[in-house]
Design a binder for this molecule. Sequence first.
Ligand code: FES
Ligand code: FES
Length: 164
Amino acid sequence: MDKTIRFKLNGKEVAVETSPERMLLWVLRTDLEHTGTKYGCGEGYCGFCTVLVDSKPERSCSLPVSKVEGKSVLTIEGLSKGGRLHPLQQAFVDNGALQCGYCTPGMIMESYALLMRKPNPTEAEIADALEGNICRCGTHKRVIAAVRQASGALKMKVVDHDAR
Ligand code: FES
Ligand code: FES
């Protein structure tokens, strides 16, 4: 039976009428037209669908929407502001850290979560955090360089998604 589920999406209150069992990924993409979050394996293994729920990375393909009721969800669409890329996104561009780009939203959200809990990670710590994020195009080295750039040179600005 459908139910109204309310949560914050990139700082704005949203309400969706849906089955509580539906996976968050499909609610984001279909009901809320936020298609930046990608579908890959659908089983929690590839990381393409990663979003942050109350600042923690979650696989949205495997997370029933009922689990985010009353919580804050941050997706790739929530990072840029005023038409300007977030410094972490810009670092991906600067370092050519994407090829087809399909894994990129998940990589960025996972990296974002890492930088929130550890603002200046080592290369090994970045590699470790991104271990569960697959890239079919083999960009991992450049992704690590991008995250290092964002953490060191650019001093990452954490999006205050409650204030937006
Ligand atoms: S699509 Fe969610 S982990 Fe692969
Ligand atoms: S850039 Fe193509 S899958 Fe990662």
